[in-house]
Design a protein around this ligand. Structure first.
Ligand SMILES: [Zn+2]
Length: 358
């Protein structure tokens, strides 16, 4: 039960400590959306590309991303600058270390988008990313895998082509597929054959549903075979579908800050209305940060923003991480090991919170 927001300085400091040290499991973070603006500027210099006078300070204009088209346009610019193995290694490494382990992210399933990397063949894409994953693990202990996103604005045959390519070049790091870009330009049902092909090859399946009607959630579950949903805010508009998802314990991976800017999870007023409704309905919600630097956030800040707005404390925030552990696509023994680490850290946080302070 949520009764009030943070009241005092000491409660504020306690929350700050909590959101910084809380163990996190990241299931909804896009590689291209997690490139720091300073890195984009350096990549542009390296490849002698003119950024039309933009600096690291002006490149990402968070508030303009209320318009999804504007956000995707900037994303394309970033993608066009990531050209070789060194670039791919760098952006993956930075996303997992500065943008991951530094925020107590223990495991991330990185969402990538092959169509966002024009000119980079899929095997090279995977080679550069996995090299960055390996070095990030060596240096910080963070584990990671890859979810390959299909672009719903592309044709069904292009989506199928990506699935076939993923299967042809199968590696252990690639654990599943997703579906992203503008939902109004690509309803989910048409991608059922590509999803069926992926499922038959043993790939796990998720998909974005950020703006679509609640009916899309059922399409993702029943026709695409998804076992978790990215965003899914409109589920709460249909009590029957909400109840079904509660009963089936379907995980929803919500991204408070980016979705608030886009006015998908609420009204752009920081109230996170739909996420609150989802939690109150008993849905299995996890939290991540989508495209962190592009939306002026990071894994810690998404927890901070939600906790401040909705008065959540250790119990609720730890619950989000536990839900992410349940929803992740590690095999059973690795998942058990991750769960053990998460529980150890949550126990330490709880005893810390209970200890008397001056
Ligand atoms: Zn996303």
């Amino acid at each position: 039960m949520v009764t009030s927001g943070i009241q005092t300085e000491s409660q504020r400091a306690g929350l700050e400590h909590l959101v910084r040290t809380l163990p996190k499991v990241s299931l909804h973070c896009h590689l291209l959306g997690s490139v720091q603006a300073s890195t984009v500027v350096q990549l542009a210099r390296r490849h002698r590309v003119d950024l039309a006078g933009h600096t690291a300070e002006t490149l990402y204009d968070h508030d303009s991303y209320e318009d999804l088209g504007e956000f995707l346009r900037v994303l394309d610019v970033v993608g066009s600058l990531v050209r070789d193995l060194d670039d791919l290694h760098r952006i993956t490494y930075e996303s997992l270390t500065l943008g991951g382990a530094a925020h107590q992210v223990l495991h991330r399933e990185i969402q990538i988008s092959p169509p966002g990397h024009p000119g980079v063949p899929y095997p090279r894409l995977i080679e550069g990313i996995t090299a960055g994953m390996r070095d990030a693990h060596t240096d910080t202990g963070i584990t990671s895998s890859i979810v390959v996103g299909l672009c719903r604005e592309d044709s069904v045959s292009q989506a199928m082509e990506i699935v076939e390519t993923v299967i042809e070049h199968r590696t252990d790091e690639v654990v599943g597929i997703g579906l992203d870009y503008a939902e109004v330009k690509g309803a989910p049902a048409q991608f059922a054959p590509a999803y069926a092909r992926a499922g038959a090859a043993g790939l796990r399946r998720t998909a974005h549903s950020e703006t679509g009607p609640p009916r899309h959630i059922e399409v993702l579950l029943d026709e695409l075979g998804c076992d978790r949903i990215d965003h899914g805010y409109h589920v709460v508009d249909d009590p029957r579908i909400t109840q079904r998802c509660v009963q089936q314990e379907i995980p929803f991976i919500c991204t408070p800050v980016s979705s608030d800017i886009g006015r998908y999870s609420g009204s752009g007023d920081g109230s996170h209305r739909r996420i609150a409704q989802m939690v109150d309905a008993g849905l299995k919600v996890a939290i991540d940060s989508d495209d962190p630097p592009m939306f002026g956030t990071d894994p810690t800040h998404d927890f901070r923003a939600l906790a401040r707005a909705l008065g959540y404390g250790l119990e609720e925030l730890a619950g989000f991480t536990r839900n992410a552990v349940d929803a992740c696509w590690l095999d059973a023994s690795d998942k058990a090991a991750l769960r053990h680490r998460v529980e150890q850290q949550i126990t330490a946080l709880a005893s810390d919170a209970a200890a008397p302070h001056d």
